[in-house]
Structure formats: structure tokens, C-alpha cells
Design a protein around this ligand. Structure first.
Ligand code: ADP
Ligand code: ZN
Length: 517
């Protein structure tokens, strides 16, 4: 049977999606693979299809015990013998699966990682007596500290390659920046893995950020337009999920809370009700959602600022799996950013703190964008994307533009005069002619010192940001980020290139004062 025939026979699909075909081929050739595909992209098929085509057993590692049963049931319905082993089974049930494994009856076995290498029950020793033809590691980003969902038990999987040196391994995730990808390859000891990266763009989701001012009423306004829709509202703290769910219930909304502090029964019950549309709104911490396959989630709201883009994108990705238009709305406040900054500092671990803070900073930048949000997200995941998606709030807002060439020249010449050795704050203080002792005396003698005194600090910050976005300035990645000129800044300094800025409403007066055009 060819892969395409098997796709049709076992899954009822006529063609492969994304790179499924190439991924399946890589596995059938005996190679390792790292698969990055957006949520709902069709990752499961990448190992389920090879599993039916190959002799022997495919072992699937998944962190989500709660979902194993669903996946296994679905496979069995499709005529693919599958089973799972986890703590929800009694001794008899487990024994029966063990004997079915021995007889070679089962094609796919789902396991949680702790099961495999746990001390009292080294399942791996038993598996080595079987013909294991493929190892699939789902949610592979859980192995990385840098990911947003690190699970220590995933680290045990690093010994897989030693236990099964000849068996191909496929690692799958819907979220992985460069650092996480590298971590997955290294920690799993993948052997010359082929990487398959599908586009992460989710065209049917529109992105919006609103300043968080009166979030409860903002929320009610939004929900008013979505009375019949299912949605998820993410909050930072457990307590706030319960409070908000209770408030919404009082308003007549079918809402429930979900967080890791609830007992298992309540969690399962609330999740079930949400899946069956008996409740419309799940007010949750990020503990909710991984692996939840609900196709008609119409909106995902972030009531509080997420810690990083990976988590945010993963969470928004739970909307619109059915391909219908869906919304992602985030309430942003600087206060949230400060709060998270405090959390991000890990005592005694400089590297970790620095990375967390950088990720948080990227998240804050996203909220303050005046350019296409989708483009920013795609760039974040190393994907090229045009500068206009037409369906994020920035693209849908008509920004008035104004000629900011003079402002740009002032900023760029300040960076130049300071020998490209200082960070944004210093450059701004210098431009504004700050009397502070922090500004070196020799700099106070320069002609450019104080040429930007007509603009406020906030205004300069905004313009510096726009210069960076437009590629006239770069902020280095060092421990103390500094501003540097780029190849295109010279033309601006020489007056050969005009620069346009977006006119933000609160800047309108200030900007017209500087630019009376
Ligand atoms: P992921 O694990 O990447 O989030 P799933 O494996 O759950 O995604 O697949 C998402 C949905 O897409 C499922 O309903 C699945 O049956 C469907 N699907 C997967 N591959 C194909 C395909 N080639 N053609 C049509 N539908 C597919
Ligand atoms: Zn856009």
C-alpha cells in the first residue's frame, strides 16, 4: 500500500496537508524528523500513517494522559489497533494490553514519559523485547527549559536514542523558536533530523490588542457581540479565573473556571462541558488548552499579558481550528508588564532571567506595534511575511502618516555622534539635553546634545521604536542593548531618504508642532 492509499483507506482523506507526505516518506526511509506545524495542522497523521505502513509497533509519547483515550478510540474506530498505558487503567486492563503487545496485535501504543523510564516499572525494558519501528514524541517542546511548557519528565526521553539506536524518532510540536528547536534536537539526540516547518500563519484568526483600561466592561462589550460563540479567556492567576467566571455567570453567561489548582474531577467536568458546548466560556489559566481539540472556538481573549510570544501564539491558535473567522484579543497594560518582569527574574540564574526578560520584551513590543501584528508574529517564528495582512487591528486602522525625516535625522545623528555605543535611554536623554550626571561631560559638549528637547521622552521612545521597525536602527542583543545604525540610515542622514512615521493620536499635537507641514 502506498502512503496515499493508506491515507485514503484509514483516514478517508484525499490529499496530504502541509508537508505530511514528505514527513511520512522521511520516516519510511528510516530517518529522524523534527516537525513544526501549527495547532490543527495535522501532526498526528505524520506518525499514525507510518505506523500502519510499517511492521511492528509505534510508541507515541504524549504528556496528555487525559487525551490518550480519545486518540486511541479514534484510531480503533478507523480500524487501526491502538492502546494506551497509563494510571487510569487497572492491573487487569494493563495486563491485557501487555499480552496484546506481545502478540504484535497493537500498532500504536500511547504512553506518558514518566511511565517509560519510571524506576519501579521500566517499561522500556519490556518495549525492547518488542519490534519497535517508530518512536513519536508529541509536544516535543516540553523538553526545553526555554519553551513555555517545560516538563522535567521529558528530559528522561533523552535516553531513547541509546535504548533504540536504530529506530527512527519523530518529534512534533506546534511551537518552537530557534532556541527551543535546537534544544529538542540536542536533548533527544536526533540523528541528522530533517526539519519540516510548515507555515505558522493562521489566516482565519484576526489579532487585536486593546489598552487595558476598564477591562471588565471592555470584556462585556466584546461578549455582547459573541453571545452564541465559544471562547477562552486567559487570566494570569487562578483566583482571577474564578472571580471572573463568577462575575460572568452573574451576567448570565455560561462560563466556568479552569486552573491547575482545581481537583481533577472538577477540571475534567468543566472541560467536558466546554467541549460539549454546555458552557460557552472557559475562563482559564494557561493550564487549560494543550491538546484540546475543539474546532469551533471563536475567540481567545488574553485578559492579562502573556509571558512570551510562543505561549501567546499557542493559546490564540486554539481559536478557529475549523477554519472559520475567529478573533484573538489581548488587553495590554504596562502594569502587567512590570508584574511579569518581577516574575521573570530567576534568583541565581542570570542566563535564564535574561532570556525570560527578552521574551517578555518581545511580547511587550508586539502589544505596542504600529505595524502589522501578523507580520511580527511570523517574523518571530522566522517566517517571511508581507507587511500588511489586512486583518489585524493595525492593518485595519488608517494611520495618518507624517514626514518624520527631521526627527529621524536628529535621532540617527545622535546615535552616530555617540559612536553607536549607547542604549535607547541614554540616546534619548542626550537628545533631550538632560542635565543628569549620567550624561558624560564630553557628550554635553557635542552639537547634537539637546537638539531633541522639543519632544518628550515617551515620544522619543515611540519614534525610536518606529525607526527600528523601519530598519533605520538596530538594537543589539547584548546584555546592555545598544543602538546601532544600519546600511539605510546613511541615506537619511545625508538627506537622500525621507522617513514617514505613523501619527499616534496622543502624539498629534506634539508632532504638528515639530513638523508644521
Ligand atoms: P495537530 O495535532 O497538529 O493539532 P491534528 O493531528 O489533531 O492536528 O489534526 C487536526 C485536524 O486535521 C484533525 O481533525 C485531522 O483529522 C485533520 N487532518 C489531518 N490531516 C489531514 C488531511 N491530510 N486532510 C484533511 N484533514 C486532515
Ligand atoms: Zn496585519
Amino acid at each position: 500500500m502506498t502512503p496515499l492509499e493508506a491515507l485514503h483507506k484509514y483516514f478517508g482523506y484525499t490529499e496530504f496537508r502541509h508537508q505530511q507526505g514528505a514527513i511520512v516518506q522521511q520516516i519510511l526511509n528510516g530517518g529522524d524528523a523534527l516537525v513544526l506545524m501549527p495547532t490543527g495542522g495535522g501532526k498526528s497523521l505524520c506518525y499514525q500513517l507510518p505506523a500502519v505502513l510499517m511492521d511492528g509497533l509505534t510508541v507515541v509519547i504524549s504528556p496528555l494522559i487525559a487525551l490518550m483515550k480519545d486518540q486511541v478510540d479514534a484510531l480503533n474506530i478507523n480500524g487501526i489497533p491502538a492502546a494506551f498505558l497509563n494510571s487510569s487503567l487497572n492491573a487487569n486492563e494493563q495486563q491485557s494490553i501487555i499480552s496484546r503487545l506481545k502478540s504484535g496485535e497493537i500498532k500504536l501504543l500511547y504512553l506518558a514519559p514518566e511511565r517509560l523510564f519510571g524506576s519501579e516499572n521500566r517499561l522500556v525494558t519490556f518495549l525492547k523485547t518488542l519490534n519497535v519501528s517508530l518512536i513519536a514524541i508529541d509536544e516535543a517542546h516540553c523538553i526545553s527549559h526555554w519553551g513555555h511548557d517545560f516538563r522535567p519528565e521529558y528530559l528522561m526521553l533523552s535516553s531513547f536514542k541509546t535504548e533504540f539506536p536504530k529506530t527512527p524518532v519523530i518529534a512534533l510540536t506546534a511551537t518552537a523558536d530557534d532556541l527551543t528547536r535546537k534544544d529538542i534536537r540536542e536533548k533527544l539526540a536526533l540523528h541528522q533530523p530533517k526539519e519540516f516547518v510548515s507555515s505558522f500563519n493562521r489566516p482565519n484568526i484576526s489579532y487585536k490588542v486593546s489598552p487595558k483600561k476598564d477591562s471588565y466592561n471592555q470584556l462585556l462589550n466584546f461578549l455582547d457581540d459573541h453571545q452564541e460563540d465559544s471562547g477562552i479567556i486567559y487570566c494570569l492567576s487562578r483566583q482571577s479565573t474564578e472571580d471572573l467566571a463568577a462575575d460572568l455567570q452573574k451576567q448570565g453567561y455560561a462560563a466556568k473556571a479552569y486552573h491547575a489548582g482545581l481537583d481533577n474531577e472538577t477540571k475534567a467536568h468543566n472541560q467536558d462541558q466546554f467541549l460539549r458546548d454546555e458552557i460557552k466560556i472557559m475562563v482559564a489559566t494557561i493550564a487549560f488548552g494543550m491538546g484540546i481539540n475543539k474546532s469551533n472556538v471563536r475567540y481567545v481573549i488574553h485578559h492579562d499579558l502573556p509571558k512570551n510570544i510562543e505561549g501567546y501564539y499557542q493559546e490564540t491558535g486554539r481559536a478557529g481550528r475549523d477554519g472559520l473567522p475567529s478573533e484573538a484579543l489581548l488587553f495590554f497594560s504596562a502594569g502587567d508588564a512590570f508584574k511579569l518582569q518581577r516574575f521573570a527574574r530567576v534568583e541565581g540564574n542570570e542566563d535564564q532571567s535574561r532570556i525570560m526578560l527578552k521574551k517578555l520584551d518581545d511580547m511587550v513590543k508586539y502589544c505596542q506595534l504600529q505595524t502589522c501584528r501578523r507580520q511580527y508574529l511570523m517574523h518571530y517564528f522566522n517566517e517571511q511575511f508581507p507587511d500588511h495582512c489586512g486583518s489585524c487591528d493595525v492593518c485595519l486602522t488608517e494611520f495618518k502618516k507624517f514626514d518624520g525625516t527631521v526627527i529621524a535625522q536628529k535621532a540617527l545623528s545622535a546615535v552616530y555622534r555617540l559612536n553607536q555605543r549607547f542604549g535607547t535611554n541614554y540616546v534619548i536623554d542626550f537628545l533631550r539635553g538632560s542635565k543628569s550626571e549620567k550624561i558624560r561631560d564630553e557628550h554635553k559638549q557635542l552639537k547634537t546634545y539637546g537638539i531633541g528637547a522639543d519632544l518628550s521622552k515617551a515620544e522619543w521612545q515611540r519614534y525610536m521604536g518606529q525607526l527600528a521597525i523601519q530598519g533605520y536602527l538596530v538594537v543589539t542583543d547584548d546584555q546592555y542593548p545598544i543602538l546601532k545604525l544600519t546600511a539605510t540610515s546613511e541615506a537619511v542622514l545625508k538627506g537622500l531618504q525621507k522617513v514617514e512615521f505613523n501619527l499616534a493620536e496622543d502624539l498629534e499635537t506634539a508632532a504638528t508642532e515639530t513638523q508644521p507641514t
